[in-house]
Write a protein that binds this ligand. Structure first.
Ligand code: HXC
Length: 519
């Protein structure tokens, strides 16, 4: 056989092998995947990435087998990996193929994932993982566990180096949950995904609890109760579309600034609607998301953790073209107080912003930490400390706008001047104090109120006096805790001008190995 014939033969063999890998677990399993309302790994990559941009790596990788003897048939090793582009920017991707041994993770499956993680970190590109896996490949025993170790190690190692985003698009059982949990964002499909450490059967045996898959670890649970999921989409397409949008707010790596987004929204657009939106009575609720939408470019706010710890709102937006992270209290939920979950949510978000150079804009309307035995016993001290730590630690530009009330420890936790805010603005009707007027009057004038023949009248009078004396932003402004008191209608421009002036901010880290964030 001459050289040309030999090459032709090998090319034909290559095509044949490639085709074999491309069909994964075969037509029957693909049909089952579709019938379950799920896309295949390759279909998902086509949706996530720009057209024709996917370049595959490690197509011919095979499983190590069982003790090196018995062959395991796993086309592509049950995972498709490579790189492509999203809106023209490179991302590294892996997509587990549930049609091949349930997307279970073996040693070489993990090696494929580890390979693209290394390349992403070295070149400075985000990692997007599409998870659909039955966990450790049982046949491979400790080799499969070792494979998980390789992935987890890199998840932690590259944390803050490049953005890491996980889509959970099917089962994610056992070890499979911890790689997503180590990444920056987890997005789940509403009806077709679930995540748990031990499934319903094991739970039944261990604790006699009866629970279904969705009830145990479906998207609703993780998006509203556990906080494991940051985003939920109705189906694969929706989740992948959201990830494309999310990537638009993030830099490709910590070596870069986030991409700017051009806008026709004028920086000096007046926002007169804000005065009517926020009632001066501190007890009346209003939609904080509408305040955010008024202020940011084109009213576009990409919310994270929308359904969890709803007393705090976090998410991304642009201000004058600059990508920012926004943290705000929501007075419609638990009166906008900070509790354990809200503290975790805000602290995690601030650290994510800081890692990827997104300035943090904090909108404050907070009466304090949520009082209660349950909160104290579950560790509000430990969790609230995360927020204080995260804000103090963050070196990105930090702007705070006191929209209405800002009291007590929560004043500090919502990024006050002393906690490292670069600029603090307040609206003229804002109030900065140790506590609200009712609470203050009750403490300071308890004896007088108790002794009065008409306690209600005395109490009301003392509250009125307290309000007159303390319920405004002027004392805080007089001491420089508030840099300026601004007209709600001019707030957008004020924020953008100050954000621009802070763009050159650089802070030398303290001389230490690393800090010890209260976990
Ligand atoms: C190898 C597996 C597998 C596994 C499923 N399969 N799980 N192969 N290792 N862990 C295979 C099945 O044999 C089947 O092969 C195919 O994948 C699809 O599985 P089905 O059960 O038919 O699918 P479905 O009915 O949709 O159920 C999905 C499932 C179930 C709920 C995920 O497969 C399941 O419970 N699997 C076991 C989950 C688990 O316990 N994993 C180990 C966790 S321990 P065929 O050939 O029929 O298509 C772990 C430790 C790591 O991960 C710890 C690190 C910290």
């Amino acid at each position: 056989m001459d050289d040309t014939a030999r090459i032709e033969e090998r090319v034909a063999e290559m095509e044949e092998r490639r085709k074999r890998v491309a069909i994964g677990g075969g037509d029957v399993r693909i049909a089952k995947q579709h019938a379950a309302g799920k896309r295949t790994a390759r279909e998902r990559l086509r949706i996530l990435l720009d057209e024709d941009s996917f370049v595959e790596i490690g197509v011919f990788v095979e499983p190590i087998g069982v003790s090196g003897e018995e062959r395991i048939d796993a086309p592509g090793e049950g995972v498709v990996v490579g790189h492509g582009t999203v809106n023209g920017r490179t991302v590294y991707v892996f997509a587990q193929d549930f049609t091949v041994l349930g997307g279970s993770l073996g040693k070489m499956h993990a090696a494929k994932i580890a390979r693209i993680m290394d390349l992403a970190a070295a070149t400075g590109a985000p990692i997007v993982g599409l998870n659909d896996s039955a966990g450790a490949r049982i046949q491979e025993g400790v080799d499969a566990l070792s494979g998980y170790g390789e992935v987890f190690f890199r998840n932690a190692r590259y944390s803050g180096v490049v953005p890491q985003i996980s889509a959970v698009l099917g089962p994610c059982a056992g070890g499979a949950v911890y790689s997503p949990a180590l990444t920056d964002f987890v997005a789940m499909t509403r009806d077709t995904s679930y995540m748990f450490i031990t499934g319903p059967d094991v739970i039944r045996q261990a604790t006699r609890e009866e629970v279904g898959f969705a009830e145990l670890g479906g998207a609703k649970v993780h998006a509203t109760r556990s906080g494991v999921a940051h985003l939920v989409g109705v189906d694969d397409e929706d989740v992948l579309r959201r990830i494309r949008t999310l990537l638009g707010y993030l830099p490709s790596s910590s070596r870069e600034a986030p991409p700017r987004r051009d806008t026709h929204d004028p920086i000096d657009r007046a926002t007169p609607e804000l005065s009517g939106l926020v009632p001066t009575d501190p007890k009346r609720a209003y939609p904080m998301r509408s305040v955010i939408a008024s202020l940011v470019d084109d009213g576009r706010f990409f919310e994270i953790h929308e359904g969890w710890a709803r007393n705090v709102v976090v998410g991304f937006a642009h201000l004058g073209g600059t990508a920012v992270g926004i943290v705000a209290n929501d007075p419609r939920q638990r009166a906008g107080t900070l509790d354990i979950d809200a503290s975790d949510k805000a602290a995690r978000f601030v650290r994510t912003c800081d890692a990827f150079h997104l300035p943090v804009v904090t909108l404050v309307d907070v009466s304090g930490f949520l009082p209660g035995v349950a909160q104290e016993h579950a560790g509000i001290i430990r969790h609230g400390a995360k927020m204080l730590y995260a804000y103090a630690e963050a070196t990105v530009p930090k702007l705070t706008l006191i929209v209405r009330k800002s009291y007590g420890g929560a004043y500090l936790a919502m990024n006050s001047k002393d906690m490292g805010a670069d600029v603090v603005l307040a609206w003229p009707t804002a109030s900065v104090a140790v506590m609200g007027a009712e609470g203050a009057a009750a403490v300071l004038h308890r004896r007088e109120i108790e002794a009065a023949s008409d306690p209600d009248r005395v109490r009301a009078e003392r509250i009125r006096q307290y309000r007159e004396r303390y319920d405004d932003p002027w004392r805080a402004a007089a001491r420089g805790y508030v840099d300026d008191v601004v007209d709600p209608a001019r707030t957008r421009k004020e924020l953008i001008l100050r954000l621009r002036a802070l763009s050159g901010k650089r802070v030398e880290p303290p001389n230490r190995k690393h800090g010890n964030v209260p976990l």
